[in-house]
Design a protein around this ligand. Structure first.
Ligand SMILES: [Zn+2]
Length: 492
């Protein structure tokens, strides 16, 4: 199927010259299909278009990542209709119709349509096309590969493509190197863009590599499946040496966690010992990210092969954009441009505060930074990630006030400065992103409207070509979206 007339990949062009936006600048929003159906397609579009200045709808095609992880208390209450509690709703994980024939070269299959599920008879990407065009809004597929442990179990034969850890046990998520997984991913993309007139895609994974997962979170290293062994052997990395190195490092980190590690040397010194003795550890980690790049490239090439005008964007998750130095350094933004028309880094300034305090500093300090205080660990992170003094929020204020607009500026600037071609940078601005709670009690983390507007100004000032209201529509209050829209109007 062809694209709508006049739509070109570069229609959303670099228009942020001198810190301004134009009507051609992409201003998108991420949302799940059920929100459209719950509140009404046209009223939702009218609000977004007229009051929040949104001209691109990025709607999830698949919700295996787990849509029910937002409890009722974090859903916005000032929308067109009151929210329905997501926890016990039976919503489908697949929101597009797939052709069985497209999946002939993979053992994986999407979960079958079940008529007992809510909205099972609806077809969001068909239904929104006309009203979106009438309002000059673009429609994007948003597909997110989650960190595992959610609805992936509903993908048929998923168990056969899971990563394998150092002990030979299966992990929670698929191996990027597994050909059945790769073919399933590519088939999913191609099938969607052949069946629907969608303007573009935003795709990305939210999972880092084995080294970060081990040093920062103490997780058991993966993947040592036959496909990973073969691929890395071909790169000159000995799989047995890599496994041995990861196993010894894993055993050591477990001792650090339990306070039983030998204290003769610092943790950092010991980690450096393993990395030098087993450089295969670093090589294995690096190649993991290269596999992701290869998969991204394959998606890009296949979609462009269907239609050059399909806009392909990359979602860069929060740990990659903001706090994981291994993840960040393995593939630079300049390298990502090969497989992207736009790059969208997550820059949730407010929720980054508690995330940094409890997901990062607290976890790092238990392991790799065990000999550092929490303040020292935070300073190390700020210096390593290159935050300007103005962006650096003190440890005891992080969870309370979050990070500020200067952090958004610093990250957008770094992204823009890294990119040497005309790839667009779309800033993922966090709006009312819930906090999962340090004890697992989710709670709202409402945006301050002035700080939100400042974050928008800072992003454009740093060179962003466009903006993406994030994370998801159903948690963003209309009051915040109005403030967002007002900021966009001021920039035009
Ligand atoms: Zn593998």
């Amino acid at each position: 199927m062809g694209m709508m007339p006049g739509l070109a990949a570069k229609e959303f062009s670099k228009v942020s010259l001198n810190g301004r936006l134009s009507d051609q600048s992409m201003v998108g929003i991420q949302m799940a299909a059920h929100s459209m159906f719950d509140e009404g397609i046209e009223p939702v579009m009218d609000f977004l278009s007229e009051e929040a200045e949104i001209n691109a709808l990025l709607i999830y095609s698949h919700t295996y990542y787990g849509i029910g992880n937002k409890p009722y208390q974090v859903l916005a209450k000032d929308h067109i209709k009151p929210p329905k509690n997501l926890i016990n709703r039976k919503l489908p994980p697949v929101w597009v119709k797939h052709n069985e024939k497209a999946f002939e070269n993979t053992i994986l299959r999407h979960t079958k349509a079940d008529s007992s599920l809510e909205y099972a008879d609806r077809d969001i990407f068909q239904e929104i096309l006309k009203p979106a065009r009438e309002r000059k809004m673009k429609v994007f597929v948003r597909m997110l590969e989650s960190g595992g442990g959610h609805g992936e179990n509903q993908i048929i034969n998923y168990d056969k493509v899971r990563v394998i850890d150092i002990h030979g046990n299966k992990g929670s998520i698929a191996c990027w190197n597994n050909p059945d997984y790769q073919n399933w991913l590519f088939a999913t993309m191609e099938d969607m863009f052949r069946n629907y007139e969608i303007d573009g895609l935003q795709y990305g994974a939210e999972r880092t590599g084995p080294l970060s997962l081990l040093l920062f979170k103490g997780e058991i290293p993966t993947c040592f499946c036959e496909h990973c062994r073969k691929k890395n052997s071909g790169k000159g990395i000995d799989p047995d040496r890599a496994k041995e190195g990861y196993t010894l490092l894993y055993e050591y980190i477990k001792k650090v966690e339990s306070g039983t590690a030998d204290k003769a040397n610092t943790v950092m010194t010991n980690i450096w010992k393993y990395l030098q003795k087993y450089p295969e550890i670093l090589g294995w980690n690096y190649e993991w990210f290269q596999t992701d790049e290869n998969n991204q490239q394959e998606i890009y090439d296949r979609l462009k092969n269907i239609n050059q005008d399909i806009v392909v964007g990359r979602h860069v998750d929060h740990q990659r954009s903001s706090w994981d130095p291994f993840y960040r350094s393995a593939v630079g933004y300049d390298e990502m441009t090969r497989s992207a028309d736009f790059i969208k880094p997550i820059l949730y300034h407010e929720i980054y505060g508690p995330r940094l305090r409890w997901w990062v500093i607290e976890e790092w300090q238990k392991r790799m930074f065990n000999d550092f205080t929490r303040e020292e660990t935070l300073n190390y992170l700020y210096k390593t990630m290159g935050y300007s003094p103005e962006a650096q929020i003190p440890l005891d204020e992080l969870a309370v006030r979050g990070m500020g607009p200067q952090y958004v500026y610093d990250e957008v600037k770094r992204c823009v400065d890294s990119i040497k071609d005309d790839t667009d940078v779309i800033a993922g601005i966090g709006i009312d992103v819930m906090w999962h709670g340090k004890d697992g009690n989710p709670q709202p983390y409402p945006s301050d409207p002035l700080e939100l507007q400042k974050a928008v100004f800072k992003a454009v000032d740093a060179g962003a070509s466009g903006l993406l209201a994030s994370r998801e529509y159903d948690e963003m209050r209309f009051s915040s979206l109005r403030a967002f829209g007002e900021a966009i109007r001021q920039l035009k």
